[in-house]
Every structure is written in structure tokens, then in C-alpha cells.
Ligand binder design. Structure first.
Ligand SMILES: CC(C)(COP(=O)(O)OP(=O)(O)OC[C@H]1O[C@@H](n2cnc3c(N)ncnc32)[C@H](O)[C@@H]1OP(=O)(O)O)[C@@H](O)C(=O)NCCC(=O)NCCS
Length: 199
């Protein structure tokens, strides 16, 4: 298995796997176009974002996306959205796949996240392993790759997950993340880069 940076040509496939692995997230419910715009924006703005996928014999088995600045990431996604993407989002709202209240809740949640972050951070935005390949160390390897790649510049690594997602919580705790706080139905975890602190 190899880990490599995500490319623009991966975005369509990734959005399919994303929706399968994370069907209940608001981004999945907003539709395929919205998800593809997220991935495109991550790839196009490499200065602010870091994204890898794991591949076996050409097949995607997992992915991780992270950002150095969540506020800037949000602006970059909005810039990436096309008119037709907005139409699809409106359709998702009208058909109650993504309710307006849930979209607003997510926006408020992300505002709280940004306020909770200390300077010099990386925030993990997306992490999944495709179902067939779970429990083989892929999720851990993807996280370790981001930690390794950024640990010279970054002091804090943040990730949030639903408090019901025991699998993800176990994974993060195994890697040394600690619970920072609860926000609504989610938990924010942080990993402190002690090496960088000493400098
Ligand atoms: C969470 C997820 C990314 C883990 O990926 P993975 O490749 O299976 O994880 P790993 O094999 O690296 O597991 C590492 C550790 O995490 C914990 N873990 C992983 N899956 C677990 C499970 N089903 N139950 C309990 N603990 C689990 C274990 O501590 C495991 O170590 P171990 O196998 O030595 O016991 C994967 O289950 C997934 O994609 N879930 C759906 C999407 C999701 O919830 N993403 C996270 C959103 S914040």
C-alpha cells in the first residue's frame, strides 16, 4: 500500500467513498457536487491544506484531509462552488436531505471550533478508510503521515468527531490525542507536539 498526495483527478472517486464512509455528515448530505468542490478546493490550495490517500493496486483504501487554517479553508470552498453546485445544495435542502437547521448548526459548530483552536495548528477535516480495508492500520498511518509532515511548523493537531463515534475516538486516543472539550454532540480532541514546544 502506498500513501500519496490527493490529486484533482481523484476528487470524483473520493467523493463517492466519502459518502459511503461518512453518510450522515452534512457535507455528504449536501450532495456529490458540494463534496467534489471541497476536495478540489483542498487540492488547489495546497499552501493551506494537506491531503493524502492510501492506495492498493490503484484502488483507494482511505483518505485524510487537513488544514492549517479552518476559516481560510471555508472561504476557499465557497470560492470553489459553482452556480450549479448551489442549485444542488438548494435541491438537497428542499428535499430535506440537508435541513437548513442542520446547515446552520454546522456553521455555528465550526465557528466554535475556530475559537477553540490555539495558534499554530493543523485541523483534520476528513478521515476515512473504505469499509473493506478497516482495522488494518490505514487510518493510523494516514494520521501519522500528517503529523510527520507538519510537526516542524505545528504545535497543536485538532480533530473533532461525534461523541457516538467510538471507533474514531479509540483511534485518536491510541495515537495520543486527548479530549479538549465537548461541543454540542461532538468531541474536540487535541494532540500536542511536545518536540516543537521545547524549541
Ligand atoms: C475511524 C476509521 C477511519 C478507522 O480507520 P482504520 O483504518 O480502521 O483504523 P486503524 O486500523 O488504523 O485502527 C487503529 C486503532 O483505532 C481503534 N479502532 C479502529 N477501529 C475500531 C473499531 N471498529 N472498534 C474499536 N476500536 C477501533 C483501535 O484502537 C485500532 O487499533 P488496533 O486495531 O491495534 O486495536 C474507520 O473506521 C472509518 O473510516 N470510519 C468511518 C468514517 C469515520 O468515522 N471517520 C472518522 C470521522 S472523525
Amino acid at each position: 500500500m502506498i500513501i500519496r498526495p490527493i490529486k484533482l483527478e481523484d476528487t470524483a472517486k473520493l467523493s463517492v467513498f466519502h459518502r459511503e464512509s461518512l453518510p450522515d455528515t452534512i457535507s455528504s448530505k449536501m450532495g456529490k457536487n458540494y463534496l467534489e468542490a471541497i476536495y478540489r478546493s483542498i487540492v488547489k490550495n495546497r499552501g493551506n491544506n494537506l491531503a493524502y490517500l492510501m492506495e492498493e493496486k490503484g484502488q483507494i483504501t482511505g483518505a485524510i484531509c487537513s488544514t492549517y487554517d479552518l476559516g481560510l479553508f471555508q472561504t476557499q470552498v465557497i470560492k470553489e462552488l459553482k452556480f450549479t453546485d448551489y442549485i444542488q445544495i438548494l435541491v438537497a435542502i428542499a428535499s430535506f436531505k440537508a435541513t437548513l437547521i442542520n446547515i446552520l448548526k454546522r456553521m455555528f459548530f465550526e465557528k466554535t471550533l475556530i475559537k477553540s483552536y490555539k495558534k499554530n495548528y493543523v485541523s483534520i477535516l476528513i478521515l476515512f478508510t473504505t469499509e473493506k480495508f478497516r482495522r488494518r492500520g490505514i487510518g493510523s498511518r494516514l494520521i501519522k503521515r500528517v503529523l510527520k509532515q507538519t510537526n516542524k511548523k505545528v504545535k497543536y493537531f485538532y480533530v473533532d468527531t461525534l461523541s457516538t463515534n467510538k471507533t474514531a475516538l479509540n483511534l485518536y486516543k491510541t495515537l495520543g490525542f486527548k479530549i479538549k472539550k465537548r461541543i454540542a454532540d461532538s468531541i474536540l480532541l487535541v494532540y500536542e507536539n511536545k518536540q516543537r514546544q521545547k524549541r
